[in-house]
Design a protein around this ligand. Structure first.
Ligand code: EAX
Length: 345
């Protein structure tokens, strides 16, 4: 029945009350509050979207969350960081470049296709250990490569971390380079990594991370290579039986943003963002360290057969031809500077 219910007492609707009659006192409070709020300067809030490819409990999730908390606190809520998962790293970087996504946290796997200078960090057996990798990336060497992003329509804000990559497969134990021969190995869309596996006699099959698990389930590829944190966070033990701790290459992580997003920040907010990015890096690296310490036992407990005794020298010898190409095609002098880097005493 439209209008008022039949029989209901008809009372003038408050809005129809005589506009000139004094409103009762209690009605003033909401009106006064509304007037006060209308007069207060609106709390303009800007949202920054950060996309990364892994679960929230991962090392990237840890980094993104720490960045979010630090930046929102430092700006008093004027900025909000919206974290989203997208496991196609190349697509996310393309979206950051055209401005449909503000920032990316992820590996440098596909980054060499946008900023070729980063490929120097993708060379197998380049870094001795985590301290060496983190020290180089945080030094003028790492900053020098970050500075190359601007010319490609991106901003490399800070290096983060994915970790040392290890080989998994579903066919056999791997102890020596000969065991890798003939394996169809998924690699990232990374020319440096593909050449390495080709040189070992494997069949490198580049694809985005988003396609990896289906490819392993369907047997399109026999194996893949990733750091322990990635293997653990994605339960790759469910589709891979053998893990060999090759540690064949260090995989940097990185925070990349669209230049306009940062350009629109005040100097103070940009300083706060850079500090929050470093807080994100530190949380990300701490999570990698934690996962490295607990992840191998966790993967054994989940049924993976783990080979720890790896003839690293044999792998380095087997890659000699690839190393010659890297010296020629990449910045050979920079490679030597990286190998020779030592922490300040
Ligand atoms: O960045 O694609 C990969 O194997 C990466 O290591 C993964 O997306 C985490």
């Amino acid at each position: 029945m439209s209008g008022t219910e039949a029989g209901a007492e008809r009372r003038p609707h408050p809005s129809r009350r005589d506009a000139h009659a004094p409103a009762p006192r209690r009605a003033l409070a909401p009106l006064a509050l509304a007037a006060a709020l209308a007069a207060a300067p609106a709390l303009a809030q800007t949202t920054i979207t950060v996309q990364h490819p892994l679960p929230v409990a991962s090392h990237y999730g840890a980094g993104a969350t720490a960045l979010k908390e630090a930046f929102e606190a430092a700006t008093g809520g004027r900025y909000r960081v919206n974290i989203q998962r997208n496991d196609n790293e190349r697509e996310v970087i393309e979206s950051v470049q055209i401005g449909t996504v503000d920032c990316y946290i992820g590996s440098t796997g596909p980054v060499g296709n946008f900023v070729p200078e980063t490929r120097v960090f993708d060379v197998p057996f380049l870094f001795r250990d985590y301290a060496h990798a983190r020290g180089v990336l945080d030094s003028d060497i790492g900053q020098g490569v970050l500075n190359r992003f601007q010319a490609r329509g991106l901003v490399g804000v800070v290096w983060m971390e994915n970790g040392f990559r290890h080989l998994t497969n579903s066919r056999r134990e791997v102890h020596t380079p000969a065991d890798v021969r003939g394996l169809k190995v998924r690699t990232m869309e990374n020319q440096v990594h593909m050449r390495a596996f080709q040189t070992l006699g494997a069949l490198p099959t580049p694809m985005a991370f988003s396609e990896l698990v289906p490819a392993l389930q369907q047997g399109t590829v026999d194996g893949q290579e990733n750091p322990i944190p990635v293997i653990v966070a994605n339960n790759l033990n469910q589709v891979q039986r053998y893990l060999t701790l090759t540690g064949h290459v260090y995989s940097p992580g990185i925070l990349i943003c669209n230049p306009d997003v940062l350009r629109r920040m005040s100097a103070a907010d940009r300083t706060a963002f850079d500090a929050a990015a470093r807080a994100g890096r530190d949380a990300n690296r701490a999570k990698v360290t934690a996962d490295e310490n607990s992840g191998i036992e966790a993967l054994r407990a989940r049924g993976m057969q783990v080979t720890t005794s790896v003839d690293t020298a044999a792998f380095q010898t087997a890659l000699a031809q690839a190393f010659q190409v890297y010296e020629r095609e990449l910045d050979g002098a920079l490679l030597r500077r990286i190998r020779d880097w030592r922490p300040a005493s």
